[in-house]
Design a protein around this ligand. Structure first.
Ligand SMILES: Cc1ncc(COP(=O)(O)O)c(C=O)c1O
Length: 392
């Protein structure tokens, strides 16, 4: 076990928390599809008493995720929003958080329409530079919540710099690492306290599981999050945990292909006259390209830009015309699966963000967000070319 714990990323993705079943020798651990566990005497059991509190299949997934993110504790949830909710319920009435402007629309909705009911306030700040973050800190601030790259504008936050500032001021840095996955970016190594995920996306990778997770090395925080997990009960099913663990085994090779396909398509799109602006950190024209190169790296040190590209078509009509003509890209919400998807953020993932807010960070009606899958890249390029031709 310890050899596997200290080994490379892909080896850990396949082995940590995934030991052969001691009862039967099954190489793939079984799905512990059980709610409850026998007790040989009052309170005497093998560490599991009720599956909301703990389940062996979930535990295996949690160990694996913690290992990949370089953290001590993994806590799995039934969705990315449940993971964020657990983090928010760690705070108390009167607390304040600083959040990157331009985060996923559901995060914005949860903070502005649900957590505000409990007097948890938020400042929405452009976290691409440190000045506004420092200026937004108040005596009641507890955390800085960042999404880097942001969804869908692909703005980056310097995780190392924000984490250093947060530590100096006694705050938590919480990073949504959904777009990058631990294969492409490891925020805990950069000084962040907490990473969370919508595991629905690249981690599950096949568009068939809703899930979430938090990873941290902070023992006290982890203890509270396990307490919140079992008390509020937003836990994933054993089957979903098993599928997610299976998906993690191919995360490294899937991400390599997402990265290389997106790089080729980013270079293709930037040359197309129909594309009015492109938001993708793998292009030297991205204003934070240098930060992307240093911050987003595979475990072996290669720059990793992820599989997400957004681009501007100029109008709602143009965006509609393009997505209607796509044949391999599927028009759908979500991202991170093996199949390529096209999303229209203004009417889909970010519809709950008021127009003036989203337009303040250039999320216009003409914006299309692509999740580049792992199909043959030539087919994807041909599909985009024929769809964009409608605007010529
Ligand atoms: C960056 C990001 N964070 C969090 C979430 C929420 O995750 P879930 O849909 O699994 O609740 C999403 C969903 O799209 C997302 O894109």
């Amino acid at each position: 076990m310890s050899r596997k714990v200290n080994s490379g990323f892909a080896t850990r993705a396949i082995h940590v928390g995934q030991e052969p079943d001691p009862a039967t020798g099954a190489v793939v651990p079984p799905i512990y599809q059980t709610t409850t566990y026998v007790q040989s005497d009052l309170g005497v059991h093998k560490g599991f008493d009720y599956s909301r509190a703990a389940n062996p299949t979930r535990r295996g997934l949690e160990e694996n995720l913690a290992s990949l993110e370089g953290g001590q504790y993994g806590i799995a949830f039934s969705s990315g929003m449940a993971a964020l909710s657990a983090l928010m319920t760690h705070f108390r009435s009167g607390d304040h958080v600083i959040v990157s402007a331009g985060v996923y629309g559901g995060t914005y909705r949860a903070i502005t329409q649900v957590f505000n009911r409990f007097d948890l306030t938020a400042s929405w700040v452009d976290t691409t530079t440190l000045g506004p973050v420092a200026a937004a800190i108040r005596p009641e601030t507890r955390a800085i919540i960042i999404e880097s790259p942001s969804n869908p504008m692909m703005s980056l936050t310097d995780i190392k710099a924000v984490s250093a500032l947060a530590r100096e001021r006694g705050l938590l840095t919480i990073v949504d690492n959904t777009f990058m996955t631990p294969y492409c970016q490891r925020p805990l190594e950069l000084g962040a306290h907490v990473v969370y995920h919508s595991t629905t996306k690249y981690i599950s990778g096949h568009s068939d599981i809703i899930g979430g997770a938090v990873v941290t090395s902070d023992e006290q925080l982890a203890e509270d999050l396990y307490f919140i997990q079992k008390t509020l009960g937003a836990v994933p099913s054993p089957f979903d945990c098993w599928l997610t663990s299976r998906s993690l085994k191919t995360l490294a090779i899937r991400m390599d292909r997402h990265n290389s396909n997106a790089l080729q398509l980013g270079r293709f799109l930037v040359e197309r006259p129909e594309v009015k602006a492109i938001y993708y950190p793998g292009l030297p024209s991205h204003p934070q390209y240098d930060l992307a190169v240093t911050q987003q790296r595979t475990p072996t040190g290669e720059p990793a830009f992820g599989g997400m590209i957004s681009f501007e078509t100029g109008s709602l009509e143009n965006a509609r015309a393009v997505v209607q003509r796509l044949q391999i890209f599927t028009l759908a919400e979500s991202l991170g699966g093996v199949e390529s998807l096209a999303n229209h953020p203004a009417t889909m993932t970010h519809a709950s963000v008021p127009r003036e807010v989203r337009e303040s960070y250039k999320l216009t009606d003409g914006l299309i967000r692509l999740s580049i899958g792992i199909e043959d890249v030539e087919d994807l390029e041909t599909d985009l070319a024929q769809a964009l031709a409608v605007l010529a």
